[in-house]
Design a protein around this ligand. Structure first.
Ligand SMILES: [Ca+2]
Length: 181
């Protein structure tokens, strides 16, 4: 009996947390956000030790960096990986196969000589081997110190969401990746 009520309390707490996180940070579109708290991995990136992804969850925690003082915001700084000519890649695991309608990512551009990516290409997969896509976003012209949302319109289903980010310089600074159903 005790175990059961303890489990119920945990379910209630987690439910409340999920509600607060999904409700107050972004305005959901379509079927809502399905990426908050989801794990992800970096490929062909070297995470900067001075701007680390400290808990390995900064890209799905709902917090955005402040582009006017980049040193103090929740930014993850990414150097080019070993294959310098290729994009850097982030692969998120949604936990199960889900329909995906949109993927957004928030980048720093213009501060400290850091430029947002030249483009973002999104792919979906159920096994992290065979990918559908790309669903591509290429930014228009921009100037000044800005935080930029890149938005790829996606149509498909998958458990894994892959973002290929083409460098526009030596660094990419990213603060959040949001997947909408
Ligand atoms: Ca974040």
């Amino acid at each position: 009996m005790k175990k059961k009520s303890r489990a119920l309390i945990w379910v209630a707490l987690l439910g409340a947390l999920a509600f607060v996180l999904s409700g107050c940070l972004f305005k959901p579109v379509q079927g809502g956000i399905i990426s908050i708290g989801r794990p992800y991995q970096y490929f062909n990136f070297e995470v900067r030790s001075d701007y680390p992804d400290s808990d390995g969850m900064e890209l799905t925690d709902g917090k955005l960096g402040d582009y006017t003082s980049p040193g103090h915001g929740p930014w993850v700084g990414l150097w080019k990986g070993e294959e310098e000519e290729k994009p850097g890649t982030i692969v998120m695991d949604l936990g199960s196969s889900k329909s995906v309608g949109e993927v957004r990512a928030y980048f720093l551009s213009g501060s400290w000589g850091i430029l947002a990516p030249a483009k973002m290409e999104v792919y979906l997969s159920d096994d992290a081997k065979t990918w559908s896509g790309p669903f591509t976003y290429e930014p228009g012209p921009y100037e000044g110190e800005v935080g930029l949302w890149y938005t790829a319109n996606v149509e498909g289903t998958g458990r894994y969401v892959k973002c290929d980010l083409t460098f526009n310089g030596a660094n990419i600074w990213v603060s959040e990746i949001v997947v909408f159903q």
